[in-house]
Write a protein that binds this ligand. Sequence first.
Ligand code: F6P
Length: 559
Amino acid sequence: MSAPVDPTTTPAWEKLTQLASDLRPDLRGWFAADPGRAERFSLTAGDLYVDLSKNLVDDAVLAALVELGEQVGLAERRDAMYAGEKINVTENRSVLHTALRRPRSDSLVVDGTDVVVQVHEVLDKVYDFANRVRSGEWKGVTGAQIKTVVNIGIGGSDLGPVMVYEALKPYVQAGLECRFVSNIDPTDVAEKTADLNPATTLFIVASKTFTTLETLTNARMAREWLLRKLRDAGSLDGSERMDADAISKHFVAVSTALDKVAAFGIDPANAFGFWDWVGGRYSVDSAVGTSLAVALGPDNFADFLAGFNAIDRHFAEAPLAENVPALMGLLNVWYVNFFKAGSHAVLPYAQYLHRFAAYLQQLTMESNGKGVRTDGSEVVTETGEIFWGEPGTNGQHAFYQLIHQGTQLIPADFIAVATPAHPTKDGDADVHELFLANFFAQTKALAFGKTADEVRAEGTADAIVPARVFPGNRPTTSIMAPALTPSVVGQLIALYEHITFTQGVVWGINSFDQWGVELGKQLAMQIAPAVAGDADALAAQDASTQALVSYYLANRARS
Ligand code: F6P
């Protein structure tokens, strides 16, 4: 793979530097002077209608951003990713999450193997399993039907499944429920299993590597809970044979390391594989989504995958100037590098998307929080933003103050759907319409603000006028879709995957490794003996860690 282009040496960067220094943001004036602005800066991708017009750009800036995409080789890098080139250089891996959602009729041969065939073999196995659980054909050890599926995983083996489960609640089969255990805080597994009937509970242990401390610890605790509860209920006789039978009927696994799954005691027949070319944070559309296939059903899961694929095709085929993920990624570069924006808000006006920002935090920050480029050299610009957000209108009553009147520039994406899952009235008022009025109002307020004259004209006392002025020119992108369907959720995820990719290409970084999470894991293993009371291990720690661990040892109450 060729060395990354230094974006700051491109003619487009020079142009953007000049444009940024000349820019006098004036969304009011720009809209007033240009009746075609909204239409010209609005695009569609799949079912998504995306309005970029309230961003701090004019035609020249957008053109220069597109040139930047061209000059850093965005299209070539995208094509290399889609073709299975080993663009994850530090792990020497292909990056092929886009293959996970290719239709069965496609073919993609990488290193002599048609990965689309592999993908559909696993999907068929997942769908068969999902159908058996949904129909009640799959029975627990007592012969009872499964009612609760508990996914045990963390990071990419948790955040995607939780987020999508929450987003698509209306599609969950009646009588089935999913829960998600991730944290190694023992509270998590204790709370999630407290009211469960082991006879009707099925655990999915999801871990790409099947070595993750949190997941394996939680899986062992769940296994112990299952056997203990079943024994207490008289459903098991304590024999190894019956224990193994119970485990095989109540535990399945998702992993790329099927040998380790077998070592855990899970029947390989009940394990769903994927491949090292799927990054954890890009894996919800692989077998990692097995809990979703069970809860939502194979047809809905297939629609979910088709949604990703629609955006994959758009990203592959649309010219850069009309390419929504590319433009949104380039706009993020514009704000991070030319306006020093340090964070980016994602504000879904859809309560069902309440875990979307948390999901995006791993996708974007584990991908683009990097300080070296693909050739090992230091980055030449700022990289990565802090992604955050909460569903509207809750955020409005919490942190929007800072977005409207604070001193930091916080680009924000607003997401809404036209048709609600629950059409409800409050008297004569359609509640979804009240909700959407807020969605429309916020981007308008952020863009156009409120001048001192307007505040004064409302009769505000002079002394208070400054506090009530809204500066405006706060950039937003509005994303709308017809409804929150499985396909639309897939489209939204793929959109942000490709936005993230675009930014990574401009910055010349590897968006697909995550070495930055390793040191803390290693140190936890070194500190664990000290926490368990080993004096030598404690003495080997730095002074601050020693004091903190000593506080713990002195204050831990044991019953
Ligand atoms: O520690 C970070 C990480 O490696 C993530 O990238 C990954 O999604 C998560 O841990 C879980 O990993 P696994 O699926 O292998 O258990």
